[in-house]
Design a protein around this ligand. Structure first.
Ligand code: NAP
Ligand code: ZN
Length: 367
């Protein structure tokens, strides 16, 4: 038996917003637009959303302070603005950071008297305002997942996961992704690649639909990333990457991610490494470890890459191993201990020890 569940209505292609504005009318009466500082504007997405809302006579407020690795404090401030201004739906515009923050804001604002910490306890039971997602990166797949990955007051990342967090609607217009520079394009595409590979590793082929989505996604990123880097303005090539990232999002909505993700989190929160590059750094070594016990399962997860070495040289060609960071022994130990306590550790096949991750952190600055 297997199950597929993805309740988000996806509208994909250029002009997706302009052609489907009734989705805003169905969402509520006043919108809170949740964005980062720049990209929603430069990508053109914010303009398209505000134009559609204005034409429909739907008022809106803007919260444009979502940072990378969005914090509890940002979510608190935006939720308080949402309540004060009587907004009753969220339109989250940007990369995974504004999308995740938007989902959490829609939940925190809908539950009077609750703290964000409370939401992490049994999140399936809370109310949530309607969320519309407009991604401007091709990476996290947050537009089709029920995860909101936030950073707590101590600097630890943790996913708020509730089926109520799925956006009701997602508008995927590849033209919003054209303004990503090469670094952001690469980092986000490699995040999506990790999602597809890690998802299939955990799925081990047991859900055939998810396996299919994962393989399609890996193939499209393998062939499509270089194409976008050499023709960054080509909308069709951008659309292929955006589609691949969405598929990978559908994969992790069913499987979750592996230890690769919590291994990468401290590098992005404390060392400013982009989320996707941080994950990609750990991917091959984690797979090598799993492969010692489960070779066939590991090989299936990276298809159509022919071998771990082929995947490694692909990642190398995008600078995944070119870090010049210093990580102290104390940091390496503390971060490794946190991985061992994560749900990702419990669901990842293979044998992982704290020493494995400490050694990996030591290697970050070495390769
Ligand atoms: P991001 O953190 O949202 O954005 C990274 C940078 O890219 C920001 O400077 C952003 O600018 C810029 N940017 C975004 N779109 C752009 C565009 N079209 N043109 C130019 N610049 C653009 O990046 P992300 O990799 O998409 O998201 C990473 C976050 O998602 C992490 O916190 C990660 O943990 C989370 N995540 C969530 C899921 C999930 O299922 N929910 C899965 C994986 C990862 P602005 O700041 O101006 O917006
Ligand atoms: Zn990710």
């Amino acid at each position: 038996m297997w199950k597929y569940y993805m309740p988000t209505a996806v509208f994909f292609g250029q002009g997706a917003i302009q052609k489907n504005t009734e989705r805003f009318e169905e969402a509520g009466t006043k919108a809170l637009l949740v964005t980062g500082q720049r990209s929603a504007r430069v990508s053109g997405a914010l303009h398209d959303v505000t134009r559609a809302l204005t034409a429909l006579g739907i008022p809106h407020s803007v919260f444009d302070e979502v940072e990378e690795n969005p914090s509890f404090e940002t979510v608190r401030q935006a939720a308080s603005k949402m309540k004060k201004e009587d907004c009753d739906f969220v339109v989250a515009i940007g990369g995974g950071s504004p999308l995740d923050a938007g989902k959490a804001i829609a939940m925190l604002a809908a539950n009077d008297g609750m703290s964000i910490e409370d939401l992490y306890g049994n999140p399936e039971q809370w109310q949530v305002f309607h969320t519309i997602a407009v991604p401007t990166t091709s990476g996290t797949g947050s537009e089709v997942t029920h995860f909101a990955v936030l950073t707590d007051d101590e600097g630890n990342k943790a996913g708020l996961s509730s089926r109520r967090n799925f956006p009701v609607t997602s508008f995927l217009d590849p033209s919003y992704t054209v303004t990503m520079n090469e670094n952001v394009t690469t980092a986000t595409a490699l995040d999506a690649l990790c999602h597809a590979v890690e998802g299939e590793l955990l799925n081990a082929g047991r859900n055939p639909l998810i396996s299919q989505l994962a393989k399609n996604s890996v193939a499209m990123i393998r062939d499509g990333l270089g194409a976008v880097i050499s023709s960054p303005e080509d909308i069709q090539k951008r659309a292929d990457l955006q589609y691949a990232a969405m598929l990978a999002g559908m994969v992790i909505a069913h499987t979750g991610t592996s230890v690769v993700h919590p291994a990468g989190y401290p590098l992005s929160v404390h060392k400013e490494v982009k989320h996707g590059l941080a994950n990609a750094f750990f991917l091959v070594e984690v797979l090598r470890n799993v492969s010692r016990k489960e070779e066939r399962r590991t090989n299936a997860s990276i298809e159509p890459f022919a071998s771990l070495e082929a995947l490694e040289s692909f990642l190398k060609s995008y600078g995944v191993y070119d870090h010049t960071l210093t990580i102290t022994d104390e940091e390496a130990r503390e971060w490794s201990e946190a991985i061992m306590k994560s749900p990702h550790y419990r669901r990842t096949p293979g044998t992982f020890t704290r020493e494995f991750f400490e050694t990996m952190y030591k290697k970050v600055g070495e390769k």
